[in-house]
Design a protein around this ligand. Structure first.
Ligand SMILES: [Cu+2]
Length: 155
Protein backbone atom coordinates (compact mmCIF):
# COMPACT_ATOMS: atom_id res chain seq x y z
CA UNK A 1 0.00 0.00 0.00
CA UNK A 2 3.00 2.28 0.24
CA UNK A 3 5.08 3.48 -2.63
CA UNK A 4 8.53 4.87 -2.20
CA UNK A 5 9.27 6.98 -5.21
CA UNK A 6 12.36 8.65 -6.52
CA UNK A 7 11.24 11.72 -4.67
CA UNK A 8 12.33 10.22 -1.40
CA UNK A 9 15.77 9.56 -2.80
CA UNK A 10 16.10 13.14 -3.94
CA UNK A 11 14.56 14.96 -1.07
CA UNK A 12 13.66 13.56 2.31
CA UNK A 13 12.08 16.35 4.26
CA UNK A 14 10.24 16.39 7.55
CA UNK A 15 7.28 18.06 5.83
CA UNK A 16 6.92 15.16 3.45
CA UNK A 17 7.16 12.67 6.23
CA UNK A 18 4.59 14.53 8.33
CA UNK A 19 1.99 14.70 5.60
CA UNK A 20 2.82 11.18 4.52
CA UNK A 21 1.53 10.04 7.88
CA UNK A 22 -1.42 12.39 8.01
CA UNK A 23 -3.45 11.32 4.97
CA UNK A 24 -5.76 8.40 5.18
CA UNK A 25 -8.22 6.96 2.63
CA UNK A 26 -11.35 4.98 3.41
CA UNK A 27 -13.83 3.03 1.27
CA UNK A 28 -12.06 3.28 -2.10
CA UNK A 29 -14.13 1.88 -4.96
CA UNK A 30 -14.65 2.36 -8.67
CA UNK A 31 -17.80 1.92 -10.71
CA UNK A 32 -17.89 -0.76 -13.39
CA UNK A 33 -18.22 0.41 -17.00
CA UNK A 34 -21.29 -0.13 -19.12
CA UNK A 35 -20.89 -1.50 -22.65
CA UNK A 36 -19.08 1.03 -24.89
CA UNK A 37 -18.35 3.28 -21.94
CA UNK A 38 -14.71 4.42 -21.73
CA UNK A 39 -14.78 6.39 -18.50
CA UNK A 40 -15.29 5.28 -14.91
CA UNK A 41 -15.79 7.17 -11.65
CA UNK A 42 -13.79 6.36 -8.53
CA UNK A 43 -14.96 7.21 -5.04
CA UNK A 44 -13.43 7.27 -1.56
CA UNK A 45 -13.11 9.43 1.52
CA UNK A 46 -9.72 11.07 2.01
CA UNK A 47 -8.97 12.35 5.51
CA UNK A 48 -6.19 14.63 6.67
CA UNK A 49 -5.35 14.02 10.31
CA UNK A 50 -2.45 16.44 10.20
CA UNK A 51 -2.04 20.05 11.30
CA UNK A 52 -1.33 21.27 7.77
CA UNK A 53 -3.56 21.47 4.73
CA UNK A 54 -2.72 18.90 2.04
CA UNK A 55 -3.21 19.43 -1.68
CA UNK A 56 -4.23 16.56 -3.94
CA UNK A 57 -2.68 17.51 -7.28
CA UNK A 58 -3.14 14.51 -9.54
CA UNK A 59 -3.78 10.80 -9.83
CA UNK A 60 -2.82 7.98 -12.15
CA UNK A 61 -3.99 4.42 -12.70
CA UNK A 62 -2.76 1.17 -14.19
CA UNK A 63 -6.02 0.90 -16.16
CA UNK A 64 -6.32 4.39 -17.62
CA UNK A 65 -3.90 6.71 -19.43
CA UNK A 66 -5.54 9.78 -17.88
CA UNK A 67 -7.15 10.34 -14.50
CA UNK A 68 -8.80 13.65 -13.63
CA UNK A 69 -10.28 15.17 -10.48
CA UNK A 70 -13.87 16.12 -11.26
CA UNK A 71 -16.76 17.64 -9.41
CA UNK A 72 -20.43 17.81 -10.25
CA UNK A 73 -22.19 21.05 -9.57
CA UNK A 74 -25.59 22.49 -10.30
CA UNK A 75 -25.46 25.46 -12.66
CA UNK A 76 -28.75 27.09 -13.70
CA UNK A 77 -30.57 23.86 -12.94
CA UNK A 78 -28.15 21.80 -15.00
CA UNK A 79 -25.73 19.26 -13.62
CA UNK A 80 -22.26 20.16 -14.84
CA UNK A 81 -19.04 18.23 -14.54
CA UNK A 82 -15.96 20.31 -13.99
CA UNK A 83 -12.28 19.38 -13.90
CA UNK A 84 -10.33 20.56 -10.86
CA UNK A 85 -6.60 21.30 -11.12
CA UNK A 86 -6.15 20.38 -7.47
CA UNK A 87 -8.17 19.76 -4.34
CA UNK A 88 -7.43 21.01 -0.83
CA UNK A 89 -7.85 18.57 2.03
CA UNK A 90 -7.94 20.85 5.05
CA UNK A 91 -6.00 20.13 8.22
CA UNK A 92 -8.10 17.85 10.42
CA UNK A 93 -10.66 17.71 7.62
CA UNK A 94 -11.73 15.46 4.80
CA UNK A 95 -13.07 15.38 1.27
CA UNK A 96 -15.69 12.83 0.26
CA UNK A 97 -15.65 11.52 -3.29
CA UNK A 98 -19.12 10.15 -3.96
CA UNK A 99 -21.79 9.81 -6.60
CA UNK A 100 -23.08 13.23 -7.70
CA UNK A 101 -20.14 15.11 -6.19
CA UNK A 102 -16.40 14.86 -6.25
CA UNK A 103 -14.98 11.91 -8.15
CA UNK A 104 -11.84 10.75 -9.83
CA UNK A 105 -12.57 10.10 -13.47
CA UNK A 106 -10.61 7.40 -15.23
CA UNK A 107 -10.60 8.50 -18.88
CA UNK A 108 -9.98 6.74 -22.20
CA UNK A 109 -10.18 3.25 -20.71
CA UNK A 110 -8.68 0.78 -23.19
CA UNK A 111 -10.64 -2.09 -21.62
CA UNK A 112 -13.86 -2.30 -19.62
CA UNK A 113 -13.83 -2.46 -15.81
CA UNK A 114 -15.81 -5.42 -14.53
CA UNK A 115 -17.28 -5.84 -11.06
CA UNK A 116 -15.04 -8.06 -8.98
CA UNK A 117 -11.79 -6.78 -10.48
CA UNK A 118 -9.46 -4.38 -8.71
CA UNK A 119 -7.89 -1.20 -10.06
CA UNK A 120 -4.78 0.54 -8.79
CA UNK A 121 -4.89 4.32 -8.43
CA UNK A 122 -2.00 6.41 -7.13
CA UNK A 123 -2.85 9.76 -5.55
CA UNK A 124 -0.17 12.43 -5.85
CA UNK A 125 0.05 15.24 -3.33
CA UNK A 126 1.52 18.72 -3.55
CA UNK A 127 4.56 17.88 -1.45
CA UNK A 128 5.52 14.99 -3.74
CA UNK A 129 4.14 12.25 -1.52
CA UNK A 130 2.11 9.48 -3.17
CA UNK A 131 -0.46 7.03 -1.94
CA UNK A 132 -1.52 3.90 -3.79
CA UNK A 133 -5.11 2.75 -3.48
CA UNK A 134 -6.46 -0.61 -4.56
CA UNK A 135 -10.07 -0.08 -5.56
CA UNK A 136 -12.54 -2.90 -5.98
CA UNK A 137 -14.67 -2.52 -9.11
CA UNK A 138 -18.32 -2.43 -8.05
CA UNK A 139 -21.73 -2.33 -9.66
CA UNK A 140 -23.68 0.93 -9.87
CA UNK A 141 -25.83 -0.04 -6.89
CA UNK A 142 -22.82 -0.90 -4.74
CA UNK A 143 -21.02 2.38 -5.45
CA UNK A 144 -24.02 4.37 -4.21
CA UNK A 145 -23.49 2.98 -0.72
CA UNK A 146 -20.45 4.70 0.80
CA UNK A 147 -20.05 2.32 3.70
CA UNK A 148 -20.35 -0.85 1.65
CA UNK A 149 -16.74 -1.10 0.60
CA UNK A 150 -14.20 -2.45 2.98
CA UNK A 151 -10.78 -1.05 2.47
CA UNK A 152 -8.44 1.18 4.27
CA UNK A 153 -5.18 2.65 3.10
CA UNK A 154 -2.66 4.31 5.32
CA UNK A 155 -0.29 6.90 4.03
CU1 LIG B 1 -16.21 13.14 -14.23
Amino acid sequence: MRILTGFFLLCVSTITMASELSVHVMSPRVRETLPAQTVASAYFTVMNHGDKDVLLVSARSDRSPRVEIHEHRHDNGMMQMRKLESLLIPAHGQQVFQSGGLHLMLMDLPAPLKAGETVSVVLQFGDGAELELVLPVQTLQETLQPASAAGHSHH
